[in-house]
Design a protein around this ligand. Structure first.
Ligand code: UDP
Ligand code: MG
Length: 238
């Protein structure tokens, strides 16, 4: 990974898997939010092997929005891998990762960036204050996941922080130095322990399209999370 170039104040990394339906809502909203801020930015759309028109739509939007960049993965590699690819290409002093479906409000980026600057923070976690837009199953599984992960990673792990997170270049460089393959960013970043604060936001409903996180993928994320931070599965096997 080479990302030494410090071209802009902020990189916005957006993983996308079959998000064509949501992009006509997402791109204008994101652009409007970012253009109001007094900073230079780039938006990195990471097409995670989409089978729909995600890449095509992004290319045509790019024609009128030079700050938008497109990174294409050859095949569907999963949310965390897509985030990693986008961060690896990012050139900002800070980078923020955000979902394409508008569940994380782009309008929160400005206040999160301002908080990091004012308090000299390396990390600002977007923390979900209200999960009422999530299904019952999602709320229960998320509650279990965060309780378990706090035991494994430590109490510095903010509960209900997903991948809406602002990170400084210092943090990105520290992540790069971690040998771990298949990084789970929401665990590694708190584990590193840089100065951080939470920023509460209300998670919105998906603006269009369907979730790309069926139960099987949530279970896979849970399993990868446990094996990344605990030897218990290995001990069990031996
Ligand atoms: N995503 C991705 N690759 C995948 C699955 C999801 O890049 O294999 C992206 C997806 O396009 C979205 C984000 O990850 O921008 C979160 O996915 P989603 O909104 O479907 O998950 P949920 O909010 O339902 O947990
Ligand atoms: Mg979503």
């Amino acid at each position: 990974m080479t990302n030494r170039g410090r071209g802009v104040d902020l990189s916005v990394v957006v993983p996308m898997f079959d998000e064509q339906e949501v992009l006509p809502i997402f791109y204008p909203r994101m652009r409007n939010a970012l253009d109001q801020l007094d900073l230079t930015y780039e938006v990195i759309a990471v097409d995670d092997g989409s089978r729909d028109g995600t890449a095509r739509y992004t290319e045509s939007t790019r024609a009128g929005w030079p700050e938008l960049r497109l990174v294409r993965l050859l095949r569907n590699s999963g949310h965390q891998a897509a985030i990693g690819a986008g961060l690896a290409c990012s050139r900002g002093d800070f980078a923020i990762t955000i979902d394409a479906d508008s569940q994380d409000p782009p309008e929160a980026i400005g206040p999160m960036f301002a908080l990091a600057k004012a308090q000299h923070l390396d990390v600002v976690y977007g923390v979900r204050e209200d999960r009422s837009s999530d299904s019952w199953g999602k709320r229960v599984s998320a509650g279990f996941y965060y309780r378990l992960m706090r035991r494994l990673v430590g109490s510095q792990l903010p509960s209900d922080a997903g991948d809406f997170r602002l990170m400084s270049r210092r943090v990105l460089q520290a992540i790069e130095r971690q040998p771990q393959a298949g990084r789970i960013y929401r665990l590694i970043v708190p584990w590193l322990g840089f100065p951080s604060q939470n920023y509460g936001y209300v998670r919105e409903r998906r603006a269009a399209g369907r979730t790309k996180y069926p139960l099987s993928r949530m279970i896979a994320l849970g399993w990868d999370s446990v094996t990344a931070f605990s030897a218990a599965p290995l001990r069990l096997a031996t």
